[in-house]
Design a protein around this ligand. Structure first.
Ligand code: PGA
Ligand code: ZN
Length: 403
């Protein structure tokens, strides 16, 4: 039982250069944990509020006056107690006083301090019941960006290389797809200045299907060359281009039935293995229709519809709305809440995919969560120091010192 002897919260910047917070928590036996909280841009309506109305300055002030004194009375072994304290001091249903990012940073820093004192990696202390050993999450790696994560580009937000296998091979394959997509874009648009989006994927003036075509070709090439299972996947973030009852693409607009048929067509034509948020976040029935159409072949993943909230996932399970849930700690604010959602999903036979945010920090702890949760995927992007940090941490976990 190691008491928390010090806790601090500071301003840091995320990968978009926007302010966020980082917490440090120290136990009396010398363990220290430090964790930064990421930030979303295409946020779900039901996720907790990242910061109080006054932003990071108000979060820091509230930490000093209310949270730090409460934390110093607790022990680092008591994750539930720390997370409960954060909820109690906040007193709102959506962390709007304390800020979900403050809660996330403190919650994860506490877990890291505990792991440091125990001399074991974080993933071991969070390993879910029934799991005996590490599993290898597939790499869900962003190769092309659109929507709110890009200036220009398609309406579909993310085009992924989904690579399975052992981490050295899966990571290499996903990275090769990213490189290949770049080469293909250079050939397609000679002389044109191309960019990259918030999650490190390429941004180009491609149509929605054209971008997928290019990605699917790159995946097929890499698959043949490296003999690694790497296939295309999408995060449509469909709420972002849903207007007045229609899904509005630059090429055309679709009603819900049209959208379901469009997704099924893309799955068949391009061999998609992963489809996230194909339907806007308010429409459980639409999700159910997609899952009925393609769920036997594809991971149908809910992000904005669930926002990692246990109650919403329970609703999704009742309605067969998907077969997988995206897990982002700062959508709910604490590890305890996150674990409750992960355990519910696992007990229903659903897959989890543990995910970064579009605004990230250079921390590596996300890789530990993906492994501890037995996630089918680690969605952390491919390029940019803040994305590579997670991939490199997964490599470290896959081959610890002495192996
Ligand atoms: P966000 O988007 O981090 O900007 O919310 C990522 C996603 O939609 O998966
Ligand atoms: Zn998403």
């Amino acid at each position: 039982m190691s008491r928390i002897v010090e806790a601090s919260l500071r301003l840091i910047y995320d990968s978009r250069g926007r302010p966020t917070v980082e917490a440090t928590v120290s136990g009396e036996d010398g363990g220290e944990g430090r964790a930064g909280a990421p930030s979303g841009e295409s946020t779900g309506a039901t996720e907790v509020q990242a910061f109080p109305a006054g932003g990071v300055p108000e979060a820091l002030q509230r930490f000093r006056s209310e949270i730090r004194p409460g934390l110093l009375g607790l022990t680092i072994d008591d994750q539930a107690g720390v997370d409960e304290l954060l909820h109690r001091l906040d007193g709102t249903p959506n962390f709007s006083r304390v800020g979900g990012n403050t809660a996330t940073a403190i919650s994860v820093a506490t877990a890291l301090a505990r792991a440091a004192e125990g001399g074991a990696p974080l993933w071991r202390s969070l390993l879910r019941p029934g799991m005996e050993r590490m599993t290898d999450p597939a790499i869900v790696g962003n190769c092309l960006n659109g929507g709110r994560h890009a200036i220009g580009g398609p309406e579909i937000q993310e085009y992924h290389a989904v690579a399975s296998g052992r981490p050295p091979d899966s990571i290499r394959a996903a990275l090769e797809v990213h490189h290949q997509v770049g080469e293909r874009l250079k050939r397609k648009y000679p002389g044109l200045a191309l960019g990259r989006g918030d999650e490190g994927g390429w941004v180009a003036p491609l149509g929605n299907v054209e971008a997928l075509e290019l990605l699917a070709q790159a995946c097929a090439d890499v698959r043949d060359r490296l003999h690694v299972e790497v296939h295309p996947g999408l995060d449509l973030a469909a709420s972002e281009f849903y207007r007045e009852g229609r899904y509005v693409y630059r090429e055309r607009s679709l009603d819900r039935d049209g959208q379901v048929a469009f997704i099924a067509e893309l799955v068949d034509r391009f061999g998609l293995r992963y489809v996230e948020d194909p339907i806007q976040e308010g429409d459980f029935d639409g999700f159910t229709a997609v899952t009925k159409a393609v769920g036997a072949r594809v991971l149908v993943v809910g992000d904005d519809i669930y926002t990692t909230a246990r109650d919403r996932v329970a609703e999704g399970i009742r309605r067969h709305a998907s077969n997988a849930v995206l897990i982002k700690v700062n959508q709910v604010g604490t590890l305890t809440d996150t674990l409750a959602t992960v355990d519910l999903a696992r007990s229903a036979g659903w897959k989890t995919v543990t995910s970064h945010r579009s605004g990230e920090t250079p921390d590596g702890w996300l890789a530990h969560l993906a492994v501890a949760f037995g996630s089918a995927g680690l969605k952390c992007g491919l390029l940019g120091g803040e994305r590579v940090a997670k991939l490199n941490e997964l490599l470290r976990l896959a081959s610890p010192p002495g192996t």
